[in-house]
Design a protein around this ligand. Sequence first.
Ligand code: GLU
Length: 461
Amino acid sequence: MLAGFVLTPACQPALPLLEQVKQQGELVVATRTGPTTYYREMDRETGFEFELAQAFANYLGVKMRMVAYDDLGELLTAVRTGKVHLAAAGLSVTPERSRQFRFTSPYEQVTQDVIVRSGTPRPATIEDLYQRKLVVLAQSSHSEYLQQLQQSHPDLRWEEKANATALTLLNMVNDSQADVALMDSAAFQTYRPLFPELQVAFPIKQAEPVSWAFQATVDDSLFNMAELFFNQVNASGDLEELRERFFGHREFDYVGARTFLTHLDTRLVEYESDFKAAAEEVGMDWRLLAAVGYQESLWNPNAISPTGVRGLMMLTQLTATEMGVTDRRDAQQSIRAGARYLKKLYDKLPQDLQEPHRTWFALAAYNVGYGHLLDARRLARHEGRDPNDWFVVREKLPLLLREEYFSKTRHGFARAGAQSVVYVRNIRRYYDALVWATERDNQRFVPAPANMVAYRDTLVH
Ligand code: GLU
C-alpha cells in the first residue's frame, strides 16, 4: 500500500530552479545576433556569449540552447517571464534594469559612444545633439540613459528603433538616414572595418558594466551557480582567453578598410562563385577561402612574389603541380587548388586538435609550412604547455628564427614564423569583415527585417 506516498501537486514544494534545469537537462539562453554576441561561422554556432553560455552549461552538466531575439524588448520580456533561464546578450546593467533583474558580476565594461559620419559637423556635447536626428535601439541602455539626460536637457530628442541591431543604426548613419547613433563601444569597434567613414564623436557615458541577466522573481539557485562559474573562469584565465579569441584580432586601419571595401565590390564579385564552388568541394566556408585569397593577393590573379609564388592564392610551383594546376594565373584553378591544399593540411593535423584552433593551425601551416608548425608545437610541449592551443603555439612560431631554438627542431630555421602569426590574425579579420559584410548586405537588400532564423540561415553556406 503506497498511501501517503503520492503528493498532490498543490502541496509539492517547487524544486529549486537549479534542480529543474538539471532535471530538464537543458539551459535555455536568450541572446542577440551580432559580432560581440552570437553568430554562425563555418556552419556552427559561435560568438563570445555563445561560448560563455556553453561553458556555463558544461559547468552545470546540461545542454545549452540559444534563442536569438531581434528585438531587445522581447528579449527582456523573455527573461522577466521565465521563458528563458537567462540572457547572455551583451546587456548593460542599468538602474532601471537592476530593479527588474538579477545581474551577475560584470564580465566587461563598455562606453556608450556617439557615432557620426566624417565630413559632417562633429558634435562634442549633449547640446550639440539637439538639432540632429539621433537614433538608438528601443529599450536599450542607450535609450534609458537618454531619458535620464532629458530631465536636465529637455530639448534632447531621439528616435527609437525596435527589431534592430547596432548594424541597423550604423547603416542609417552611413546612408545619411540619420545624423547620429548611440551604441556600445564594443559593437562599434567590431563593425568599424565595414564603415570606414564613421567615427566616434565622443563617449556620452563611460564605463557601463555588461553582464548576464536572470529573472528576479524566482529563487536564486541558478543565479548563484552563475556567480560561482564567473569566479572560476576569471581565476582560471578562461574568460581572458575567450576575450582574446573573439576580440584580440580586432584592429582598425582606415586605408586598409577602405581598400578592402573597394576590392569587395570590384574584385571579389568576380571570384565569389569560384570561392563558393571550391568551398563546396572541400566542405569549408567560402568566406574563409576568400579571406585567405585576400591576404595572399588582394584577390589579384596576377600577383607574384619575389620568391616566385604566384596567382590569386599564391601557390608555389610545387604545390601547384601537386594540385594539378596548369596555369597559376588562372583564378579558378588557383582558388580550387588553394582550397584543396588548405583542406589537405587541415585533415593532416593531429586528430585531437579542436576547432577553432584547428582552422588557425591549418592557416599557419599554409603560410609557414606544415613541418615548421609541428616544430612550434613541439617547443610548446617541451615547456609543458598545450600544443593544441593556437594562442600558445603562436608565441613559439617567432622563436623558430632564433638559433638556440631552431637548431633543436626538426625542420630548422623558419624566417616566416612571426609573419605567419600576423597572417592568421589578418585572415581572421578579413573573415570577420566578410561575415559582417554578408550581414550588412542582407539588411540593406531585404526590405523588412528578416525573421532571425531565415536570416541566420543565409549566413550558412
Ligand atoms: N548594451 C546594450 C544594452 O544593454 C546592447 C544593445 C544591443 O543588444 O545591441 O541595451
